[in-house]
Ligand binder design. Structure first.
Ligand code: NAP
Ligand code: MG
Length: 405
């Protein structure tokens, strides 16, 4: 490697697995160069969370990073780790500073059948993780009256729109989102599509939401036409807008293999649904952050796997699945390789992923979370370290075999 990637360390079982993966599957095979940021919750506490901001700034500078899951402190965690306060979610801090979009992608293996039998390829959910009902306000009213949205501009102009006349007790809600964030969202989605050669869907309800959802639709279309259509056409990729209900039903009938850009609420619901429908385990799902400028960070979709960590601390061998962590590394390395024109690094990333798949599909060695979802036979339910060792064996086989070829 000529240029580094940003390595962001984290907490608990995810951190334990992170180091096993790095030491056993990456460092022996890659001349790894990293800019390391330790986001262990105690380090965040000691640095007043400045380490998180520094990691985000490093990502912007370096362009590529990999991240381990981190604790988002709540009252219990403050007590457990004796923290000064409930520091905010590192992922929220990083996403905000990069103005990025999160893409959740399932890792598909042939012996785990998705709940939808037509699905063969990943459906990647891109969630616009700002605005809509998450930035709304509600009001309960108890008598007849009229309801308006009123906007008072900073310069004193007032615009208003009547929503309706109420004849009885009702509940009301209004929300907003900045157009700038929609532009960033659209750009991140189309960029991601070009990185992975995938088609893009966007679904909303512009027939009903004639201002709000219609604006999303128009911005997506505008960004696509002006900035991406040419390259999409050259590569034979497509962008389609669907009414959201149509998108849901088409997705079920599809074979997968596309990026589904969603508004905030749809993405909230769908990312969990898709994760469960593909394999039933969050450990078979990655989460990637991409900014409109192309800054990229890969991580596992799961958290720190707290319960397994307590068992690990008691000296037990756990069967925690490191697959998504391995894929976070392979995706980060591949991105670095692509940016630098480093063919060797790209090939290594591909072989590492192949070694994981071979362990699950051919050796049929699995951690407990996927053993219960797998088609028979399962040859052995293994511990995390046994799984990593099996992947290492396959990786070495692939590396020697390919080198001879
Ligand atoms: P979690 O760490 O994802 O784990 C929830 C449960 O999912 C686990 O108890 C385990 O189920 C299963 N699981 C998750 N990952 C697994 C893996 N790799 N292998 C096998 N099973 C796996 O979520 P959580 O327990 O709700 O959250 C723990 C901490 O993670 C929290 O402090 C939260 O703030 C943090 N978190 C961080 C991120 C991030 O940094 N991106 C994301 C989410 C949560 P069983 O116990 O049934 O085996
Ligand atoms: Mg959700």
């Amino acid at each position: 490697m000529e240029r580094p990637i940003v390595e962001i360390d984290g907490d608990e079982m995810a951190r334990v697995m992170w180091h096993w993966v790095k030491e056993r599957l990456i460092e022996p095979y890659v001349e790894l160069k990293v800019e390391y940021y330790d986001l262990h919750v105690k380090v965040r506490d000691e640095t007043e969370d400045r380490v998180t901001v520094a990691a985000a700034e490093a990502l912007k500078r370096v362009g590529v990073g990999v991240k381990c899951a981190t604790i988002t402190p709540n009252a219990e965690r403050v007590k457990e780790y004796n923290l000064k306060k409930e520091w905010r979610s590192p992922n929220a801090t990083i996403r905000e500073r990069l103005d990025g979009t999160i893409f959740r992608a399932p890792i598909i293996v042939s012996n785990i059948q998705p709940a939808v039998r037509f699905w063969r390829k990943p459906i990647v959910i891109a969630r616009h993780a700002v605005g809509d009902i998450y930035s709304g306000a509600g009001l309960r009213v108890g008598e007849p009256g009229e309801i308006y949205i009123v906007f008072k501009s900073a310069s004193g102009r007032v615009s208003e729109v009547k929503i309706g006349s109420l004849s009885e007790a009702s509940v009301v809600q209004a929300y907003y989102v900045s157009e700038k964030s929609i532009y960033s969202f659209a750009r991140s989605v189309f960029r991601y599509a070009l990185m992975f050669n995938m088609n893009v869907w966007f679904g909303a309800k512009d027939t009903i939401s004639k201002v709000y959802d219609a604006r999303f639709k128009d911005i997506f279309q505008e960004v696509y036409e002006k900035e991406f259509r040419e390259e999409f056409t050259r590569r034979g990729l497509t962008y389609e807008y669907y009414l959201i209900d149509d998108a849901y039903s088409r997705a079920i009938r599809s074979e997968g293999g596309f990026i589904w850009a969603t508004k905030n609420y749809d993405g909230d619901v769908l990312s969990d649904l898709i994760a469960s429908a593909y394999s039933g385990s969050l450990a078979m799902m990655t989460s990637e952050l991409l900014s409109p400028e192309g800054v990229y960070m890969a991580e596992a979709a799961h958290g720190t796997v707290q319960k397994h960590y307590y068992r690990y601390l008691r000296g037990e061998k756990t069967s925690t699945n490191p697959t998504a962590i391995i894929f976070a590394w392979s995706k980060g390395l591949r991105r670095r390789g692509e940016l630098d024109g480093n063919r060797e690094l790209i090939v290594f990333a591909e072989r590492l992923e192949k070694a994981v798949k071979k362990t699950i599909e051919v050796d049929r060695l699995m951690t407990q979370d996927i053993a219960r979802a797998s088609e028979p036979p399962v040859n052995a339910v293994v511990t995390t370290e046994e799984f990593i060792d099996a992947v290492k064996k396959n990786l070495e086989h692939i590396l020697t075999h390919q080198a001879q070829a």
